[in-house]
Write a protein that binds this ligand. Structure first.
Ligand code: ATP
Length: 280
């Protein structure tokens, strides 16, 4: 089942144009959402939240059109954007008192259990918390009203590696139930390497691809050598190219390259670089 579905979506905002974006995220999976600054990731997330309306196309969450079912759908979505939109003088304990009135499915045991497990204080005002504490609290809040979908806009940006790992662990905890899905935008591609099942890549408002992460990393390979050695690589296998002082580096499609030629597995960063800058 598709938990998130974006179908042929177009949206113009001043000079920026989101062009025919389509992808879906299946239940039980995490999709990493990548693209350069200003490529349209946040705009897409806002469209999914019905904070913006598409010029064309449709967006569905749990099979329902987000334009027609806003209240229904919002109760099923946990949202974490870069800022924690909760009044700064509140403590985690206050949040529990408030949210259990607001959200019918709020689970105090889950909330306190996660606070304890991830060392987030119950009695400190949010304004006194570190960036890492706030990030963890934001996700713990989102997990405690039992949503089916998490939409996360750069949840780990500016966090140290230890806290980032804790945040990823929280997300994996969320995925223990298989009817859930996460769409997570991030520039920290190593985080996506750890947790994402698929990668949605947009560039200047256009889709470059949505592919299974393992297939991406095994379907492509990096080859590096001198210009003379490069003759063994068939031209049609080459997706992108980078010149360096002593030779050339290619991103190639493995299926078109002889298996005796040694290729290394590309990182998501390398895939991004070659797809954006290194096109033939
Ligand atoms: N309210 C607005 N007014 C004018 N331009 C806007 C507005 N909102 C977004 N944009 C433009 O739309 C484009 C896409 O922005 P968006 O925030 O979706 O990108 P992003 O991929 O999330 O970028 P980043 O990785 O930097 O967060 C940018 O060029 C941005 O300047």
């Amino acid at each position: 089942m598709n938990v998130i579905e974006v179908n042929n979506v177009w949206k113009r905002i001043k000079k920026f144009q989101l062009t025919n974006i389509s992808f879906h995220v299946e239940a039980g999976t995490i999709a990493g959402f990548i693209g350069q600054n200003g490529s349209g990731k946040s705009t897409t997330l806002k469209l999914l939240l019905n904070l913006l309306k598409p010029d064309e196309g449709e967006l569905f969450i749990l099979g329902k059109n987000v334009a027609d079912n806003e209240v229904d759908i919002k109760a099923q979505i946990g949202v974490v954007f870069d800022e924690l939109h909760i009044p700064q003088h509140l403590t985690a304990k206050d949040i529990n008192s408030l949210y259990r009135e607001l959200y019918p499915k709020w689970n105090t045991d889950t909330f306190y259990g996660l606070l304890e497990r991830f060392d987030v204080p119950k009695y400190d005002a949010i304004k006194k918390m570190s960036k890492g504490m706030k990030a963890k609290l934001g996700i713990i809040v989102a997990l405690s009203y039992d949503p089916k979908v998490l939409l996360l806009d750069e949840p780990t940006s500016g966090l140290d590696p230890i806290v980032r790992d804790e945040v990823l662990e929280l997300l994996q905890t969320f995925m223990e139930q298989e009817d859930r899905a996460i769409l997570i935008s991030s520039h920290i591609t190593s985080d996506l390497e750890k947790i994402a099942d698929s990668i949605v890549f947009i560039h200047e408002g256009k889709m470059l691809f949505h592919e299974n992460k393992d297939e991406l990393q095994y379907g492509y390979g990096i080859w590096k050598g001198t210009h003379e050695e490069a003759k063994v690589i068939p031209k049609h296998a080459i997706i992108g190219k980078r010149d360096y002082v002593f030779g050339v580096e290619y991103l190639v499609q493995r299926e078109f390259v002889s298996p005796v030629i040694e290729l290394t597995k590309p990182t998501i960063d390398e895939l991004m670089l070659f797809f954006v800058r290194g096109r033939k």
